[in-house]
Design a binder for this molecule. Structure first.
Ligand SMILES: [Zn+2]
Length: 279
């Protein structure tokens, strides 16, 4: 690659952003990575795209969670472009969207669009896609942080990566989908794969460096130990409180704390500590 593409992060107010998406500006056009969640944020991202004065060439999705695809309708608008993800990501989004509607409508109201746009172009693991002078390679991880995850690598040197939610940057994490063992294995493989000076663009916070893989591993392992160590038989509410206290001792912030709290009872059930119906 001769010119390094410019990476624009949205929302532009980084500190208060709930979730990130990116516009990768090349000489000829723009490639979006993910599409945010809300109508207003994704509309602002569309305005940011139009301000660049270059055509949207494609949208790449990093995983199947709705905070990364909910805004696609506003972002893509009337453009007819490929929205690219592995088939497993596409299938997961189509399968889970009605459930996400039930969860997100009460939380976000009209900010969760009624007209969702789904990815339309499947890609195979390791496939390289070139748009203008930028080449992206997909890593089809399968289940990881979400039921199906697909980070994208920009350039052949593998020094710029759109990692999706494989790492959360100093924020609490969502573990309710229950693939933490695969997530830990993927973290080890990705950590091994990328060079020391890699820049990892993440879905929540960031960008981060390669050392953030270790922090993410510690977070997941601490969470699992906290859930396992809590006394579920005596008092489930107290067990929940104990897990929250342990995780806030590890990461003293309330950012995305609700996502971790939503994960406690499902993971306790997955680990056989409670019956699933009691969760
Ligand atoms: Zn996310």
């Amino acid at each position: 690659m001769t010119d390094t593409p410019t990476i624009h992060r949205f929302p532009t107010e980084h500190e208060t952003a709930f979730v990130n998406a990116f516009l990768v500006e090349t000489r000829e056009g723009v490639v979006a990575v993910d599409g945010l969640l809300t109508v207003s944020d994704s509309r602002a991202m569309r305005a940011g795209l139009e301000a660049l004065g270059k055509p949207l060439l494609a949208v790449l999705l990093t995983h199947s969670h709705p905070d990364h695809y909910g805004g696609l309708t506003e972002l893509v608008a009337d453009d007819s472009v490929p929205i690219v993800a592995p088939q497993g990501v596409i299938d997961t989004i189509v399968r889970d969207d009605p459930v996400k509607e039930q969860i997100l409508r009460p939380m976000f109201g009209d900010e969760w669009t009624t007209q969702r746009t789904f990815p339309n172009t499947p890609v195979r693991d390791g496939e390289r896609l070139t748009f203008g002078d930028a080449t992206f390679t997909v890593v089809d991880l399968g289940p990881s942080e979400s039921p199906h995850d697909s980070p994208w690598i920009l350039g052949d040197e593998e020094r710029i990566v759109f990692l999706g939610d494989q790492i959360y940057d100093r924020k609490h994490c969502y573990l309710a989908d229950g693939f933490h063992e695969k997530w830990l294995a993927n973290i080890a493989a990705l950590e091994e794969r990328f060079p020391d000076d890699v820049v990892l663009h993440t879905g929540h916070g960031g960008p981060v460096g390669r050392d953030a893989f270790a922090s993410q591993r510690r977070y997941i392992e601490t969470f699992l130990a906290a859930v396992e160590g809590a006394d579920w038989a005596a008092d489930p509410q107290q067990a929940h409180t104990a897990v929250v206290a342990r995780m806030k001792a590890l990461l003293p912030t309330d950012e995305l704390l609700f996502l971790m709290e939503l994960s406690i009872e499902p993971v306790a059930a997955q680990l056989g500590l409670t019956s699933p119906t009691a969760a």
